[in-house]
Design a protein around this ligand. Structure first.
Ligand SMILES: [Fe+2]
Ligand SMILES: [Fe+2]
Length: 161
């Protein structure tokens, strides 16, 4: 159980509570929902940014919205899987930004955190954007591993369930 501190919640709450943001609970991503994944990325990225005296507020907002693409990505087990995955990797940051800018006022740094998070398909232009890109990949690798272990029917060694 992660304890989200008041500083994080003060910035995150207006976004998390938004009706459109809540839709992400229904979209599965790696091993959980896009909603859970995005909040986790935002919280760990915030801690790194805060501890390094960086712009932690933009880090939270950009990270929360980095995967705000609002569609269910289905990998098809066919010849198209590679091209589908690459297409999704390239396009979803742009779609996430288009969606995010409809509902929230974003600064330039937040825009680049979203658009650049899929490095090398995008380019992070600030330390905050690099942090989000790194934390996203780090967390996604655990989520993929957990999903894979479930698929082959074994519990991960660190599972408490
Ligand atoms: Fe993403
Ligand atoms: Fe992500």
């Amino acid at each position: 159980m992660i304890y989200y501190d008041y500083r994080f919640m003060e910035v995150a709450e207006p976004i998390i509570e938004h009706e459109q943001y809540q839709q992400m609970k229904k979209i599965k991503h790696h091993d959980e929902s896009v909603y859970d994944h995005s909040i986790k990325v935002a919280f760990y990225a915030y801690q790194l940014a805060y501890n390094h005296n960086l712009d932690w507020e933009s880090t939270i907002r950009g990270a929360l919205l980095h995967d705000f693409f609002l569609y269910k990505f289905e990998k098809r087990f066919s010849i198209g899987i590679v091209s589908d995955s690459i297409k999704h990797a390239i396009e979803h940051p742009k779609i996430a930004f288009e969606n995010a800018s409809k509902y929230f006022d974003l600064n330039e740094k937040e825009e680049n955190i979203i658009k650049g998070h899929m490095f090398p398909f995008g380019l992070p232009k600030s330390k905050e954007a690099w942090i989000v890109s790194y934390v996203d990949k780090y967390i996604a690798s655990f989520e993929y591993a957990s999903n894979f272990i479930k698929m082959i029917g074994r519990k991960p060694a660190y599972s408490t369930k």
